[in-house]
Design a protein around this ligand. Structure first.
Ligand code: SF4
Length: 171
């Protein structure tokens, strides 16, 4: 049995980004893919934004940011992304970990720029990731950008295996 892992779809090479491109990560697909079965999720496509689409960014309070259109701030998708994150946390009950796309206003786990008055970016978490992680605080989560670090990588894999063992005990 391969361990199931949620993942941002663009990391698998799916052309789901706002500009119809992808962010294929071959370490994930070729190395981790031998051990893990990936369940891809693109929250921006899932809530109906389409490909291509206007890019969004985070604005406001870094602890509770809003996701709005870069060019058109009246396009506010915060509530839809958060609701989808809560839904997915329940729907993906069988996963044992999650790999998120770094720096995304939807999927980013940390250090996503949140723009405030004056335009300076402060670090925050993507809206989908925040909602999902709040529902599943015990689930091992990592960003692809941090998996390049051997220590963080080993730590994530260990946490996933430990979590899977715990899931088997309670199943
Ligand atoms: Fe979709 Fe998330 Fe990738 Fe953006 S980072 S394209 S929302 S999967």
């Amino acid at each position: 049995e391969r361990i199931r892992i949620g993942i941002s779809s663009c990391l698998l090479g799916q052309r789901v980004r706002y500009d119809a491109n992808h962010k294929l990560d071959t370490y994930i697909t070729q190395t981790l893919g031998r051990h893990f079965e990936f369940l891809p999720v693109c929250p921006e496509v899932a809530i109906g934004l389409g490909v291509p689409r206007p890019p969004i960014r985070l604005v406001g309070d870094p602890n509770d940011p809003r996701a709005v259109g870069v060019k058109d701030p009246s396009l506010d998708v915060t509530a839809r992304l958060a609701a989808y994150g809560r839904d997915q946390a329940e729907r993906l009950g069988a996963i044992s970990g999650y790999i998120l796309k770094s720096r995304s206003p939807s999927c980013g786990m940390e250090r996503v720029k949140v723009y405030g008055q004056g335009g300076a970016g402060r670090p925050g978490r993507g809206v989908y990731a925040a909602a999902f992680m709040a529902e599943r605080p015990e689930l091992p989560v990592e960003e692809e950008g941090r998996l390049g670090d051997p220590t963080l990588r080993a730590n994530f894999i260990e946490r996933v295996f430990a979590y899977r063992r715990w899931q088997r005990l309670v199943e």
